[in-house]
Design a protein around this ligand. Structure first.
Ligand SMILES: *[C@@H]1O[C@H](CO)[C@@H](O)[C@H](O)[C@H]1NC(C)=O
Ligand SMILES: *[C@@H]1O[C@H](CO)[C@@H](O)[C@H](O)[C@H]1NC(C)=O
Ligand SMILES: *[C@@H]1O[C@H](CO)[C@@H](O)[C@H](O)[C@H]1NC(C)=O
Ligand SMILES: *[C@@H]1O[C@H](CO)[C@@H](O)[C@H](O)[C@H]1NC(C)=O
Ligand SMILES: *[C@@H]1O[C@H](CO)[C@@H](O)[C@H](O)[C@H]1NC(C)=O
Ligand SMILES: *[C@@H]1O[C@H](CO)[C@@H](O)[C@H](O)[C@H]1NC(C)=O
Length: 420
């Protein structure tokens, strides 16, 4: 029965042929419990649709108490702006933030013997992901230890994936050596890997317990439905920030970041002619995963009630401060000054700053320009192909199609419905 509503939705959508409208009206009629809540009224009307998706987190606030520990999941796809968005949590002194710890699980599974690998099918991998998340949300690093290679000795490891993306793992008590750099406002990535000794996971666990909340970023869980057991787990108070981005931009970003895997796409981009061996399945899969997850989220099943916020990366990039406030309102937490300062230092190119980010996965100084840069870096023929492969996803999220090269390159023309 679990899927019956989704089947129904798809049937309705297909028969109407205009799923965008259908989903919106279904969404409105399904949003029952928050219709009478004043702070949800912003979502009424098409114009305000993206300003704030009806945020019914107050449904939960009464039962959980203000200071209760929140378990935040930044749920996204590769190259959809999750490093940037993760900083909104990483910079908060009350939040213990981890950048993609599931990497270690995937690596361990990928490198295991082929017989074992066959036994560990996709479902098992997802199960391992969920178990690890639950473990980490409780500040227990023992599951993670069993996946890290080389295996930690005496709970010490030098192989913690992207350690320097977690501020808490680069400062006291975990790493007392970097206080000068932190004082000087240097990004952790520039000094933490050099200065901090091997990571003592016992101390890391203590540092996690000392903070009020835990936030974890992941791009490795395909669909939001895969999170249902975690969302329903009474030991957690899960809050999912579902970050989405224009798939055309995701593709352009992947082509740049993973150039060797995208050689055929690069040729296509340079020549305007599609090589026969180009692989369209990955971007198609990405779009389907986004589409299913957003549909699930917008229909507000009981298990997601008050736990789900949809954020378009472009809205965050254009209006970081306002969006950050909205995210923190949803979490029921105060937006700390440090987060606001980070936003000013890192999104406004006219403010001189000591923090120059220069790293493959880095967040960037001018978020507005970066969010749009795909429009000058992607061949129109590729854009047309993605528009046709991902047309439902684009329509669902309010990203407009372009019909000509001129329209594509004209940055002054917004491709988003109701940018705030
Ligand atoms: C998995 O194998 C790859 C390639 O052999 C290697 O580079 C990587 O370090 C291994 N990862 C782990 C966690 O063992
Ligand atoms: C790691 O930290 C714990 C707690 O402070 C300490 O007892 C332990 O000796 C440390 N481990 C190593 C190998 O230094
Ligand atoms: C960026 O900085 C400039 C100069 O300080 C200021 O005038 C402008 O309002 C800032 N913009 C944003 C979005 O904060
Ligand atoms: C595509 O080609 C254009 C023009 O040749 C180039 O400027 C751009 O960087 C390329 N885009 C990617 C993602 O490689
Ligand atoms: C997406 O493309 C399909 C097939 O070309 C078409 O039937 C459908 O109407 C399109 N949907 C939207 C929302 O444009
Ligand atoms: C670019 O788009 C803007 C806004 O839609 C429009 O006013 C302008 O005429 C366009 N410029 C060109 C060169 O097409």
């Amino acid at each position: 029965m679990e899927c019956s509503w989704k089947t129904l939705l798809l049937l309705v959508c297909t028969s109407l042929g205009v799923q965008y409208t259908a989903i919106r009206s279904l969404h409105d009629s399904f949003s029952g419990p928050c219709q009478d809540s004043t702070h949800c009224q912003v979502h009424q009307g098409k114009e305000q649709r993206w300003k704030s998706l009806c945020d019914d987190s107050r449904v939960l606030a009464e039962t959980s108490g203000a200071a209760a520990r929140k378990h935040i999941l930044l749920f996204a796809q590769t190259r959809s702006g999750s490093s940037f968005t993760g900083q909104l949590f990483n910079q908060h002194p009350g939040i213990f933030y981890l950048f993609e710890p599931l990497y270690h699980v995937q690596q361990a599974f990928t490198n295991s013997s082929s017989r074992l690998q066959r036994a560990l099918d996709g479902r098992a991998l997802l199960g391992a992901y969920r178990d690890l998340l639950l473990n980490l949300y409780n500040c227990d690093f023992s599951f993670l230890e069993s996946y890290i290679r080389p295996e930690p000795q005496d709970h010490m490891t030098g192989a913690f994936f992207r350690r320097s993306s977690s501020h808490a793992l680069c400062m006291t008590p975990v790493c007392p050596e970097g206080s000068e750099e932190i004082q000087a406002g240097q990004p952790d990535e520039t000094w933490c890997p050099k200065k901090c000794q091997a990571l003592n996971l016992t101390i890391a666990s203590q540092a996690c317990q000392d903070r009020n909340h835990v936030a974890i970023k992941t791009v490795r869980i395909p669909e939001i439905g895969d999170l249902r057991t975690l969302s329903e787990d009474p030991r957690l108070d899960l809050r999912i920030i579902h970050l989405v981005r224009d798939p055309r931009a995701i593709l352009a970003s992947r082509m740049t970041a993973f150039a060797s895997k995208f050689r055929a796409w690069k040729i296509w981009n340079a020549t305007g002619r599609q090589p026969r061996y180009v692989d369209l399945t990955q971007i198609t899969r990405t779009c389907k995963d986004i589409e299913y997850s957003v549909e699930t989220g917008l229909l507000k099943p009981t298990w997601l009630r008050g736990r789900y916020l949809l954020v378009r990366y472009e809205d965050l990039a254009l209006n970081p401060e306002e969006k950050a406030k909205e995210i923190y309102r949803f979490l029921g937490l105060d937006l700390h000054q440090r987060v606001l300062k980070w936003i000013v230092d890192n999104t406004n190119s006219s403010v001189p700053s000591s923090s120059e980010w220069n790293y493959k996965y880095s967040t960037t100084r001018d978020s507005k320009a970066t969010a749009q840069s795909w429009r000058v870096h992607l061949n129109f023929d590729i854009v047309k192909t993605v528009q046709s492969l991902c047309n439902r996803t684009l329509a669902l999220l309010g990203y407009k199609l372009v019909q000509s090269v001129d329209e594509l390159r004209n940055i002054t023309k917004s491709l988003m419905e109701t940018s705030v």
